[in-house]
Ligand binder design. Sequence first.
Ligand code: HAM
Length: 435
Amino acid sequence: MELITKAPKGTVDLVPGGQEAGKASSENWRLVEDVFRGEAELNGFGEIRTPVFEHTELFLRGVGDTTDVVEKQMYTFEDKGGRSITLRPEGTAGAVRAMLETGLYNAGYPVKLYYIDTCYRYEKPQAGRVRELHQFGVEMFGAAEPVADAQVIAMGLSALHRLGLADAGLQLNSIGCPGCRAEYRKALTEYFAAYRDQLCETCLSRLDRNPMRILDCKSPECQEIAKGAPKITDYLCEDCQAHFDKVQEYLTALGIEYELDPRLVRGLDYYTRTVFEFPSKSLGFALGGGGRYDGLVEELGGKPTPGLGFGMGLDRILMALEAQETAFPEPERCEVYIASMGEKALEKALVLINTLHECGISADCDLCARGLKAQMKYADRIGAKFTIVIGDDELESGKAELKNMKTGEKKKISLDDAFTDDYLTACTSQEDLTF
Ligand code: HAM
């Protein structure tokens, strides 16, 4: 029975009114998503929606086959046509694929895209780590200049600050280009080879294939060894160094504080040059992260095109907001509830709430054959600001009382042609309401 009544491990249900019930509240999530959407649109990003599953090959090529994400975490299965399909573990590879397939780049560069997606990673669920994760992401294509790096970072931070996450920081690094990384790779392989018998099994297999991944290993032993490893920033070529210097200059001009972290390599293989994360200082994990990926579009079959972006973990951001006891506004569910006594009155209430809906006013009536007392209790539960009661007398006179549930004030309004006008006049004349 548990398989039916319990959601799979590492997933959450977002429910309306969740805040009051101590559950994840879809209203709070939507408020957070709206802040990110707003920030993206302020910066000229348009929304892209891509499929939740893609051909597995896309992630093998895009994310990299020596990453934890590909090696350990993908939800991969064969569909009924024998194709290998994977639930997207992240949004960038799919956005690149869609940009190329739909020819979005034909409209000119930069192409600026954002998405709010679920991603799937088979990870050990724990605080801040889920299997169905929610990401807000942005991707920008065709902008090679360091000013683009600074602007993308600035917009991420700005959204976090707009949400009131004052403790969100910025960690910054450059991991260079394939040119400077060749030298670095040699130095890393040499360094880690000396610890061959102390590395975990996965890192041992990475030693020859992709030693940079060892820097990102979660095992405490490997992390300890990695502390003494050569730093990529000592190997940057002239162009990569100049790019990195300029990014920092722009961030300083924007008044953005950052911490340089030469060990920050990120968990995905596509990055080049600038990489960054937004850590939550109090929670101790990254709320988001991203960077530049100038080789990815070509790797996935397009013309050489620079790209950059970031992904914000909404699950973690909601957690951080809750941890700092952010006061979310009470969700508004109903402005006016029209209670009724008798079948004819119910019919009138039904017609009137639909008239109000046409004017964009949220209104509700009895859908459960409740008595008047129970209807009023319900109106209270859904937080109706106003109520109207319709019975035989009201039907006969064509008038009813609109009651302000907070102040108790009552106003007579027409139930006939003038209903909506009367309703609006009665509401707007009351001081505590704004429209
Ligand atoms: P990522 O660092 O793998 O980057 O994920 C971005 C954010 O998603 C993380 O900082 C974290 O907040 C959240 N996240 C990742 N895994 C989990 C999980 N298992 N549970 C909860 N939250 C999680 C990317 O995905 C890149 N595609 C970002 C990017 C876009 N880079 C360039 N463009």
